[in-house]
Ligand binder design. Structure first.
Ligand code: FEH
Ligand code: ZN
Ligand code: ZN
Length: 347
């Protein structure tokens, strides 16, 4: 089968032919319908050997959906052809956090090393993907797995970051979304679906602000030297009750801190590696800074439920698997609107 493989650190991936995996006892083989292209993959490719606890080669793709192809011995309750989403963080499945479905925060993550399929284990940018356990599957019902793949990462990561702060988003509140990329555009939809907050979207690309507007953002602002004062004007000087930084760079974090309100919160989701000084006078009073990571399996079920109600629909641009490098190039250049999804089996 064809697969997008990371074969060397600090190199582009290669599209190679590798054997279709055979599910052993307790395992599940899925036919991949869609594999999302995530900005984190660029960090995985760019970071030097040793920066990540992963062994190469492995197949990329940690945002996957497909159809059940074959179940291993002992796997029951799943039928061939069923549309499924793949829960991306693969923990030990046994610790106190995994037992609650929070494999994103597995207590044995350090011991395990690889974070999941596409993150040190073979992922979904291939014709087929082997899962170590059916516990990582979420049924998609009537959703098309070709375009539902972004629910598992862009959707789930944004949903978790928002859900944990919903108590701050009361009527009259404001949520500020910085970076309207793969995750940020879904965050705009989620905020409008889940809260009464006024949503302000910030990006440097006009096309991304247009997308945010189409998805329901109440205001869109270019990221520049006037952004902070314009956020203050829009919030009668109070600032934003929740700031979601999907870039995580030095400038966007400084903007996030400057735009947050007293009793607000800054959530750093983007991996650009900026840092944010914390201390008296550096942030508003009682304004915590959090670094949420991905989400739990129950939360993925909630995201799928929202998508099945058509209350969120990730904006997807599809590419055949063979154009994976083009998709990564377009993402690196900031030329994508929404999320790029690779189709190993174009209809
Ligand atoms: C992947 C690897 C490391 C950090 C964060 C991520 C996210 O893309 C997963 O949601
Ligand atoms: Zn990701
Ligand atoms: Zn665990």
């Amino acid at each position: 089968m064809r697969a997008v493989r990371l074969t060397a650190w600090q190199h582009e991936p290669e599209i190679l032919d590798i054997p279709v995996p055979e599910p052993g006892p307790g395992q599940v083989l899925i036919k991949v319908a869609g594999a999302g292209v995530c900005h984190s993959d660029l960090h995985v490719m760019d970071w030097p050997e040793g920066a990540l606890p992963y062994e190469i080669p492995f197949t990329l793709g940690h945002e996957t959906a497909g159809w059940i192809e074959q179940t291993g011995a002992g796997v029951e309750g799943w039928s061939t052809g069923e549309a499924v989403a793949v829960y991306g963080p693969w923990g030990c499945g046994r610790c106190h956090r995994c037992a609650q479905g929070m494999e994103n925060y597995c207590e044995r993550a350090q011991e395990i090393g690889a974070a999941g399929g596409g993150l040190g284990r073979d992922g979904g940018m291939a014709e087929y993907m082997l899962l170590p356990s059916p516990r990582l599957l979420v049924p998609l019902g009537d959703l098309d797995p070709r375009t539902a793949a972004p629910l598992t990462d862009a959707g789930l990561t944004s949903y978790h970051a928002i859900k944990r702060s919903l108590h701050r988003l009361t009527p009259g509140s404001t949520a500020l979304v910085i970076g309207i990329g793969g995750l940020g555009h879904v965050a705009v939809e989620l905020l409008k679906a889940l809260s009464p907050a006024t949503v302000i979207a910030v990006d440097t690309a006009p096309g991304k602000l247009d997308l945010a507007k189409r998805l329901g953002a109440d205001h869109t602002l270019p990221g520049d030297q006037d952004t902070e004062s314009r956020v203050r004007d829009l919030t009668s000087g109070r600032g934003a009750n929740l700031v979601l930084d999907f870039v995580g760079g030095q400038q966007t974090l400084a903007l996030a801190a400057a735009c947050a309100s007293v009793l607000g919160e800054v959530a750093i989701v983007g991996l650009a590696g900026g840092d944010l000084p914390v201390g008296v006078g550096r942030l508003p009073f009682e304004c915590p800074v959090s670094v949420p990571y991905w989400g739990s399996r129950p939360e993925l079920m909630e995201v799928v439920a929202l998508a099945r109600q058509r209350r969120i629909t990730p904006h997807v641009e599809t590419f055949p698997l063979e154009q994976a490098l083009e998709a990564y190039r377009r993402m690196r250049e900031g030329e994508l609107a929404g999320r790029a999804v690779l189709l190993p089996h174009p209809a």
